[in-house]
Design a protein around this ligand. Structure first.
Ligand SMILES: [Zn+2]
Ligand SMILES: [Zn+2]
Length: 425
């Protein structure tokens, strides 16, 4: 049995791992891209995948899904919401790549081929692959439809359980239940490390402070821009604002509108479904340019993609409200990867646009609405899974090594592999 690390090792982005089992099957776990690095794809797998399993539909996991279909016909498995979200994100990625002249790793035909090959599998339903290996999805509590993937393989005739955590959260949020590893013997674990070495403030406190800051800004007559990831964060922010009974209109613009539509169709994958619907009812969907111009001047909240200000209506709104009232504000709600406009704004107070660098002079606040387990929870999760071996991935160099070190101190056989590394079990 061999595990090839094709991306997301000592980095965030382009998650992809190939597991070759003893029965000759090669199973690709995720095929993401680094969307903030010109859609950088993962490394080429050493063998053509016979099956592709998607943990969840964030672009760093699903953005390269069509690549294995360029020269192959693998089967493709994911949860029902993941399939619908991936379709929207892949179409959008191709569209933006065309507009911005970014070289694409696949064609529209490859994308169609991948989407037609999808088999949707719900949580906790064992699915058999060729050759005897089977897999099962377990709720990862990260976004709608996100899963941990448990592979039940055979090694030297004996059962060998391989768990891929995907991205996960062991704390309950407005939309997701808390996750825990499947209660089975785990021989090998591939675990995310995004927030290793760091902790999050309590969620309820963040929600309260966020709602209060928004209320204060609109009370001062300001327009508040909340750049949000289309997937999950948009819906979560709508719910937080609805619960706080904000006395100002809440507008929703960009790709988040379509993702909210998908979430509406999957009550089984959302916690507090009715509260989510109520928050959607209250939001006003922006559909045309005149509305965009008008709302950028009124006291209101605008929730818009992209979450890291790498494009989308959020970037246009930011430039507009930056030239407007002094009471205007921008509130960031997610992880801002180095090299993105969101990170530039947070660390240097400026953004890059097609016209050049723009200094942002309005108030800026950051709120930690993370959907990833933080350090203590990561360690707790690994202790609960109690694997024979653990590989720490999906985090920057420091984070992956910090987690591996912390786990080694707890007595685990832990390491932070590198991209291109092949691990024989
Ligand atoms: Zn994710
Ligand atoms: Zn991720």
């Amino acid at each position: 049995m061999k595990l090839s690390c094709l991306g997301a090792c000592r980095e965030i982005g382009r998650s992809s791992f190939l597991l070759e089992d003893d029965a000759g099957q090669s199973i690709l776990l995720d095929c993401g891209i680094k969307q903030w690095k010109q859609n950088l794809p993962p490394l080429e797998p050493p063998r053509k995948p016979t099956a592709v399993i998607l943990s969840h539909s964030h672009l760093d996991h699903c953005g390269g899904l069509p690549i294995p279909f360029k020269h192959g016909n693998p089967s493709l498995f994911c949860t029902p919401p993941s399939a619908e979200i991936a379709e929207v994100l892949l179409e959008d990625t191709l569209k933006i790549a065309r507009q911005e002249n970014i070289p694409a790793s696949y064609s529209k035909a490859d994308m169609k081929k991948a989407l037609t090959a999808v088999s949707v599998i719900p949580f906790e339903k064992e699915t058999k692959l060729e050759g005897g290996t089977s897999f099962e999805f377990f709720d990862a509590g990260h976004i709608t439809g996100s899963s941990q993937v448990l592979l039940r393989c055979k090694k030297n005739g004996k059962r060998f359980n391989f768990l891929y955590s995907g991205d996960f959260n062991t704390r309950q949020t407005q939309l997701q239940e808390s996750a825990s590893p499947p209660a089975e013997k785990i021989d090998c674990l591939l675990v995310e490390s995004t927030y290793a070495g760091r902790e999050h403030p309590p969620r309820q406190r963040v929600e309260k402070e966020f709602a209060q800051a928004v209320q204060d800004a609109v009370d001062d007559g300001g327009t508040v821009l909340v750049p949000c990831f289309a997937v999950e964060r948009t819906a979560e922010i709508l719910m937080v604002l609805n619960r706080a009974s904000l006395s100002a209109p809440v507008y929703l613009d960009g790709l988040g509108q379509r993702i909210c539509g998908i979430m509406r169709g999957h009550p089984d994958y959302v916690r507090n479904y009715d509260a989510m619907l109520a928050s959607f009812e209250r939001a006003r969907f922006v559909e045309d340019r005149p509305t965009r111009r008008k709302i950028a001047e009124e006291p209101c909240v605008i929730i818009a993609t992209a979450g890291m200000l790498e494009g989308g209506p959020a970037l246009d709104y930011l430039q507009k409200i930056n030239e407007g009232k002094r009471s205007n504000a921008v509130f960031l709600t997610g992880y801002q990867v180095k090299g993105t406009n969101g990170n530039r704004l947070a660390t240097e107070g400026k953004i890059k646009t097609k016209k050049g660098t723009v200094a942002i002079n309005i108030a800026l606040k950051q709120f930690d609405f993370s959907a990833h387990a933080a350090h203590a929870d990561l360690v707790e999760y690994v202790k609960e899974a109690n694997p024979g071996k653990v590989f720490c991935v999906h985090g920057d160099q420091d984070a992956c090594q910090t987690l591996a070190q912390a786990l080694a101190e707890e007595g685990f056989d832990a390491q932070a592999p590198e991209n291109g590394q092949e691990i024989r079990q």
